[in-house]
Structures are given as structure tokens and as C-alpha cells.
Design a protein around this ligand. Structure first.
Ligand code: G3I
Length: 320
């Protein structure tokens, strides 16, 4: 079933997949990855992050990211830039630099300007900031927040908009699925940014979820509507739904329901514009290396066979 084609036929912009460079070297994996009817969008899993693109100060390296972009363009996929400003995967020159406010502002502006300019016309939407709030809605500690304060967000968004006036500009985070303080923090942030004349076009909900511990359909829809009410679009940007191993038929059946729930919720909100899974097969999932004893989070198994979850997505796209 052509997930992307179905999504588009139902009014969405895309159904997409995260991709890392090593995956393109796996000819077997690449067969389904190349399919433009299955995936119409790609997010680089790692290669546009700060450590990959500016490994030493003001030296920019784009060869890996460029190769992903060339491949994506050749296989009919729009590109989400991920990510300009994040507290993880930073180069040590930056984290250990001890930079003062003025210097870090110029480093931030230089990084954002360089990346957005380089990928101008190729990246459709950037994750400008990633994971800036804690679960209680307070600011996450980072070299950027700790040195510059809240205005690092304004600075990053303004630099991105100046470098490419046509590119979409998102704030992206996890645990936006359950409502509560973190959702409120983003609603308030969008309102503050807009009141300061800062352009933001989208909230990205990563949606790294757990089988059997899902937010309800109505909670998901109401979160998306809360973002949309501020005047931005919403996208599901890093979807996976993990389980405690071993895999059982009951867990696979529950996972099918859980994928179906979140896809239906996005389909119910016109400004939920697209959905991206964080790799398509369990073979390349980040989950087992971070959550010991958990995995099997994606719609294809590690043999690249579609799981029940895949059919939960298909039904969800069809509003079933
Ligand atoms: O590149 C090195 C390689 O040289 C080395 O040999 C190897 C040994 O461990 O590590 C490689 O780096 C790994 C990198 O992925 C590239 O594969 C890192 O250890 C590993 O920590 C890193 O994990 C990535 C993770 O972000 C880091 O925070 C995952 O692939 C990536 O899927 C994950 O993606 C994040 C999103 O960006 C933001 N939202 C959450 C999501 C999941 O954590």
C-alpha cells in the first residue's frame, strides 16, 4: 500500500521516513526506501545536526547531508531539515568553548545562516529548535539557554527566516502527545514569538510512543488543535511506537491499534500536514540501543516485512 500516495489523496502533504547515510548503502533496505509512492518525504536522522555539519568552528561539512539530499530529490521526496539548534550532538568546541553571550549569539547566527543558505530551495521545513522544554514546561538546560536565555530561540528563527524567506520554520519536541504543561509551553512560546514578530510556521510532534500506553485519540486531536489555534501547522515528525521485547502477537495487535490511533488523529486535523516514521524497519531503529529490552517500534520488522502496524497506518490514512 502506497502510504505517501494515500496520504496525498486524503489531503496531506506527505508520508515520510527518517534516513541515515549508512542505510543508503544497504541495497536490500534501499528497495523500499526508494519507493516514491511509499515515502514522499525524508528527514536525515543525523547528518544535518551540528556535530555533523560544523565539526570545527566555522568549518562546514556537507558531503553526507548533500548525498542524502541528492538521493531524496532523485526519489521524489521532500526534505525536512533536522536540526539547527539542539542540546545534543553538539561538537565539543561548542560545548566546551565557554563562550560569552555575544560570541555565542554570533556562533548561533553563523551556524543557522550557513545551513539554511546551503540547503535553500532543497529543505522544505527546518526543525529550527529541538527539545527546548522539559516535561513540566520549564526551559531545558542547554549551552544556548544557559548563556543567552529565551532569546536564543528568536535569534535562531530570525536567522533562518532571513537566510531563506520561503522555508518552513518549526519547533520540534517529544512528549507533546499527552497534553499538559509541555503543550502549553509551546502554545505560549508560539504566541510570544508571534508577538515579537518572529516567524514560526509549524510545531513538530516527534511522537516516540509506547505500545499500550498511548494518549487517547481525543487528546491527540485536541493537542494538534491547540497548536493550530496559534496559527501554525502541525506535523508528526519522528513516529515510532516501541514495545517491551519479546514480540508477541498480542503486542503486535496492540501496536497496530496504536499506530492507527495517531494516524487517524492527524487525518482528523486539516493542518496536521504530514507524518514521518523514524526509519521504516526495526532493523534501523534507535530504540534498542537507548531503551534496554525494548524495540520492534516500526511498521516493518527487521526482515523488512510489513507488520500489523503497517496496516494500522493504512487504515488510519483511510480514516478507518
Ligand atoms: O557516528 C558515530 C560512529 O562514528 C561511531 O562508531 C558510533 C559508535 O557508537 O556512533 C556513531 O554515532 C551515533 C549516531 O547516532 C550516528 O549513528 C551515536 O553514537 C548515537 O548516539 C546517535 O544516535 C542518534 C540519536 O538521535 C542521538 O541523540 C540516533 O541515530 C538518532 O536516530 C536520534 O534521533 C533523535 C532525533 O534527532 C531527535 N529526537 C529524538 C531522536 C531519537 O533519539
Amino acid at each position: 500500500s502506497p502510504l505517501h500516495d494515500i496520504a496525498v489523496s486524503k489531503g496531506k502533504q506527505y508520508f515520510g521516513v527518517a534516513v541515515d547515510s549508512n542505510e543508503l548503502a544497504n541495497a536490500t533496505y534501499k528497495v523500499l526506501l526508494d519507493d516514491r509512492h511509499l515515502w514522499g518525504q525524508m528527514t536525515p536522522g543525523n547528518k544535518m545536526k551540528w556535530d555533523a555539519t560544523e565539526p570545527s568552528r566555522n568549518t562546514f561539512t556537507y558531503s553526507d547531508a548533500d548525498a542524502l539530499v541528492v538521493w531524496a530529490q532523485g526519489s521524489g521526496k521532500e526534505i525536512r531539515g533536522h536540526t539547527l539548534v539542539w542540546h545534543n550532538q553538539l561538537p565539543s568546541w561548542l560545548t566546551n568553548g565557554g563562550f560569552n553571550n555575544a560570541t555565542l549569539v554570533s556562533i548561533l547566527q553563523n551556524h543557522v545562516t550557513n545551513l539554511v543558505t546551503h540547503f535553500s530551495g532543497k529543505v522544505k521545513t527546518w526543525d529550527v529548535v529541538n527539545e527546548i522544554f522539559e516535561e513540566d514546561g520549564s526551559w531545558r538546560s542547554s549551552v544556548f539557554y544557559n548563556t543567552i536565555g529565551e532569546y536564543f530561540v528568536d535569534i535562531a528563527f530570525r536567522a533562518a527566516a532571513a537566510a531563506d524567506p520561503n522555508v518552513g520554520l518549526a519547533a520540534n519536541d517529544y512528549n507533546l502527545d499527552y497534553g499538559g504543561s509541555k503543550v502549553t509551553a509551546y502554545v505560549n512560546l508560539v504566541n510570544r514569538l508571534k508577538s515579537r514578530g518572529v516567524k514560526i510556521t509549524q510545531i513538530g510532534s516527534q511522537s516516540h510512543l509506547i505500545v499500550g500506553s498511548m494518549p487517547s485519540y481525543s487528546t491527540l486531536v485536541s493537542n494538534y488543535n491547540a497548536f493550530v489555534a496559534t496559527g501554525v501547522d502541525v506535523a508528526i515528525t519522528e513516529l515510532d511506537i516501541r514495545m517491551t521485547l519479546p514480540v508477541t502477537d498480542a503486542l503486535l495487535a496492540q501496536q497496530r491499534k496504536d499506530y492507527n490511533t495517531i494516524i487517524r488523529a492527524c487525518m482528523a486535523v486539516p493542518r496536521c500536514i504530514g507524518m514521518t516514521v523514524w526509519a521504516y524497519s526495526d532493523y534501523y531503529s534507535w530504540i534498542p540501543s537507548v531503551f534496554s529490552g525494548e524495540g520492534a517500534a516500526l511498521p516493518f520488522d527487521d526482515q523488512l516485512k510489513p507488520k500489523p502496524a503497517f496496516y494500522g497506518i493504512v487504515d488510519g490514512l483511510n480514516g478507518i
